[in-house]
Design a protein around this ligand. Sequence first.
Ligand code: KIV
Ligand code: ZN
Length: 398
Amino acid sequence: MTSNHVVFFDTTLRDGEQSPGCSMTTQEKLTMAHALEDLGVDIIEAGFAMASEGDFAAIATITQAIRKPRIASLARAKTEDIEMAARSLQFAGRPRIHIFLASSDLHLEYKLKISRQEALDLTAESIRHARTFVDDVEFSPEDATRSDRDFLVEMVGIAVEAGATTINMPDTVGYSTPEEYGRMFAEVRERIPAIDAQGIVLSSHCHDDLGLAVANSLAAIQSGARQVECTINGIGERAGNAALEEIAAALFVRGDHYGRSTSIKLEKLYATSQVLGQIITFHPSPNKAIVGDNAFAHESGIHQHGMLANPLCYEIMTPALVGVAKTSLVLGKHSGRAALRNRLEQLGFALDREELQQTYYRFVALADRKKNIYDQDLIGLLPDQIRERRHVPVAELD
Ligand code: KIV
Ligand code: ZN
């Protein structure tokens, strides 16, 4: 794998599941894990073993069914968590223990009630303990972006010395900006030469409280992050995590800019999003990039006309690239004659110029009153003599 390769660490089953209404049964997690394996993710974070018996069972089940991706199990920097995580991974071909411990003074003082020195000691001890079970240990200084920078660097340096193989620096509360987040990665790399010298992987993990999770993740990648943590449909705590489908599509469509490769099979993005939507019983909003219902839908007349002339006018990728069946030209009050004619022809009605003009007037009047215009509505607008002329469209003859 080249150093240009970005490792996709999917946390839909852990951080994603932590969002309201997204909890999944073991069977549902297994279905999702199969979809993630098919999608080509490199690592699946299957759960937080200590959190519940259900989480433990789901991780253990996934390790026995999924072979290609590594499986990660989350743990606090506590002996019992680490041992539980190790047990949940006992059947994994390629196990990873992921330890997190807060690095910001706010979390240390108010949440954990421990000193900085105690946090540093716990960092070293917990990583060394995890390394007695597995070779692959990820460490996350939680709330990294709101931590004192010198202390963060000290903690990461200790984590590397203790044997962490991946260092993930989360923007736990979605507070950072792309410039800041990118600079943090550059600075940590520069101040801890062992990171590059020992091939330690830096990882980004962003939340979307300011709507910047994907932008921040891409900034981290540009500053040397070789792993990106994300979820399908961007589900996750509060406003969610960085959306996998958006990062993967951005790295591909703007390959000229980012110059990175991934193992993600882009053509499976839409289907994977649908699998998750069916499991958690809610789908992303229609205007969600890449996988939303409207991501490849065009309503305005000017856009539809451009699309019919050349799809590149208004689409930066084909729907097929991400597994969406086709572009849809949605008929609404902003649509023009070109799209109306196109749809009527698909339905088997060829109209001359005057007939189209008269139908168009009736169509606009209807669209002003009605949100969704269906094919039956369009047919209803046609006078009898046109309806009787219908020829069967080729697609219906198959
Ligand atoms: O957002 C966060 O800080 C986390 C850690 C557990 C990595 O999810
Ligand atoms: Zn998180």
